[in-house]
Design a protein around this ligand. Structure first.
Ligand SMILES: [Zn+2]
Length: 115
């Protein structure tokens, strides 16, 4: 079941920031190979750059969002999704991660790393 990393797990994950995501160790279950998904959320208040980082085995995750600061999201398989539908999906993180895992297995993820 999807769960946020604890503060201590997040710290151990942050310590691996130099490694490619595929080589990072899940601080929750020890699986090697974290997954990441980037999405640009457009709203009247401006764009938000959203990052989901998760473990495909235990579904421990972290989500963050911030101003784009020039970053662009390349080849987003959910780009054409209705923003309201995406918000609903985001509200059910287990469903969100299952969707992302499916896209991963279909080869539609991972994306290129945002510039
Ligand atoms: Zn894990």
């Amino acid at each position: 079941m999807a769960k946020n990393f604890t503060a201590e797990e997040a710290q151990r994950l942050a310590a691996q920031w130099e490694l490619p995501h595929a080589q990072r160790v899940c601080p929750s279950c020890g699986h090697v190979g974290m997954r990441v998904y980037y999405h640009m959320y457009h709203s009247v208040n401006g764009d938000r750059f959203i990052t989901y980082l998760w473990c495909p085995v235990c579904h421990a995750f972290s989500g963050s969002s911030g101003p784009p600061r020039g970053r662009k999201v390349l080849n987003d398989p959910l780009a054409s999704m209705d923003p309201q539908d995406l918000l609903a999906l985001d509200a059910n993180m287990e469903k969100m991660l299952k969707t992302l895992d499916r896209l991963w297995e279909q080869g539609k993820l991972p994306q290129e790393r945002p510039a």
